[in-house]
Design a protein around this ligand. Structure first.
Ligand SMILES: Nc1ncnc2c1ncn2[C@@H]1O[C@H](COP(=O)(O)OP(=O)(O)OP(=O)(O)O)[C@@H](O)[C@H]1O
Ligand SMILES: [Mg+2]
Length: 400
């Protein structure tokens, strides 16, 4: 019973591909994934019957190059276990991990060490800095292990210290820095060896809220500047929404939903997700795509125009001030209209009756032209909306 979690976009182009991954702790853990009568048990029941804990249960997903992939879940949901399994710091019980086409479960210790030093970097919750080393020596530590020359190490360390905004603090010791600054050192250290993938395990949860937000913004900026693929673990939904291109929500080690932030908020897969996203200000996450409707016969279609990916929050004023419906237009094609009612329903945080979102054909972007006739799209949308598979996300195929 492998849960199908791979994204429609990533597929073969994935940088990192996880398939049927399990981590079971406890006696004779290896039998659990392969025995349906055990694999199908809830975590609590499995523990009661076997003394085993399924920390990660049958996960499959792809991470695309350059993507920020967020794994979210409550304490104990298996996030740390998962992220450590990716580089086999924790040995998975079953499943495949393919990185750049290489099967990591087949790699020997030496190969793994090389990969961990050159391709992956980890940023930890409690910074993990070496207390007796100055900032500059903490940052260049990985390069030292890799055997790089001192001048090269120094040069690179100065570069990344600059990048994270710590210039002038090279000779400080960790204890002389605030929590936020210490985690900047952690970031610089992770970036120093120029990895392909940055793994973050709740890196900001020890920081107070203001600093935390500042660090999130910092990660967004760094991602823009260095474009690294990131797997980011958090239990904080607002952090997940701010950073994640896609978010995987775990519960008791198993996948509940994988999707973009607006998919989780606009089309929660079940009551668990609905409860999880309940307090999110929907107008800040949902776009006009989620609320666009077919024009009524008596409506005048000469109002202002907006694109389908404008956030409801950003559109609110224009829509409420206009004396006719705002047209939602992509590349010259009318997708539908949005009026006061639609906007107010979201702003007033009325939960959706069912998640539906007007999607463009697979692979099409808003600015790449819409080929299907407008009536056909609106017809399909108007009737029933899109079927939403909780782990694959909404069906993105062209309805026409
Ligand atoms: N070495 C271990 N031996 C036995 N059980 C373990 C071990 N490590 C983790 N677990 C169990 O696996 C489950 C997942 O733990 P994990 O640390 O991955 O959760 P988490 O989502 O990272 O939680 P948190 O948000 O608190 O960090 C928990 O039930 C935990 O008790
Ligand atoms: Mg953890």
């Amino acid at each position: 019973m492998t849960a199908q979690l791979e994204s429609p976009e990533a597929g073969a182009d994935a940088l990192l591909s996880i398939e049927g991954l399990w981590k079971v702790f406890g006696p004779k853990a290896g039998r659990v994934p392969h025995r349906p009568e055990l694999a199908g048990l809830s975590r609590a029941e499995l523990y009661r019957r076997t003394g085993c804990t399924a920390a990660v249960r049958d996960l499959s997903f792809d991470v695309a190059p350059g993507e920020v992939f967020v794994v979210m879940g409550l304490s104990g949901s298996g996030k740390s276990t998962l992220v450590r399994c990716l580089t086999r710091l924790i040995e998975p019980t079953a499943g495949r991990i393919v990185f750049e086409g290489e099967d990591l479960r087949a790699a020997d210790e030496k190969r793994l060490r090389t990969l961990r030093r050159s391709k992956f970097s980890m940023v930890f919750q409690h910074f993990g800095l070496l207390p007796h080393r100055k900032v500059i020596d903490n940052v260049s530590y990985g390069l030292e292990i890799r055997g790089e020359s001192k001048p090269d190490r120094r040069r690179r360390a100065h570069e990344v210290i600059d990048l994270v905004g710590l210039r002038g603090h090279e000779n400080f010791y960790p204890e002389q820095l605030s929590g936020g600054m210490q985690q900047r050192v952690g970031l610089a250290r992770a970036l120093a060896n120029d990895p392909d993938v940055l793994l973050f395990d709740e890196p900001f949860s020890a920081l107070d809220p203001l600093i935390r937000r500042e660090m999130q913004t910092e990660v967004v900026r760094l991602h823009r500047e260095v474009g690294k693929t990131m797997v980011f673990i958090t239990h904080d939904l607002s952090e997940a929404l701010k950073l994640g291109d896609r978010i995987l929500l775990l519960r008791d080690g198993a996948p509940v939903q994988l999707g973009t932030g607006d998919e989780l908020v606009g089309a929660p897969a079940d009551d668990y997700v609905r409860e999880f996203v309940r307090d999110v200000p929907r107008a800040d996450v949902l776009t006009l795509r989620w609320i666009v409707r077919q024009p009524r016969p008596d409506e005048q279609l000469d109002g202002p125009e907006l694109g389908p990916d404008v956030l409801v929050r950003e559109a609110t004023r224009l829509v409420l001030e206009a004396d006719r419906p705002v047209k939602v237009v992509a590349d010259g094609q009318l997708l539908g209209v949005v009026g006061d009612e639609e906007i107010l329903a979201v702003v007033a945080d009325k939960a959706p009756e069912s998640g539906r979102r007007l999607d463009l054909p697979a692979g099409a972007r808003v600015d790449a032209g819409v080929t299907a006739p407008v009536d056909a799209r609106l017809g399909t949308q108007g009737e029933a909306g899109r079927p939403v598979d909780p782990v694959r996300g909404p069906d993105r195929r062209d309805p026409a």
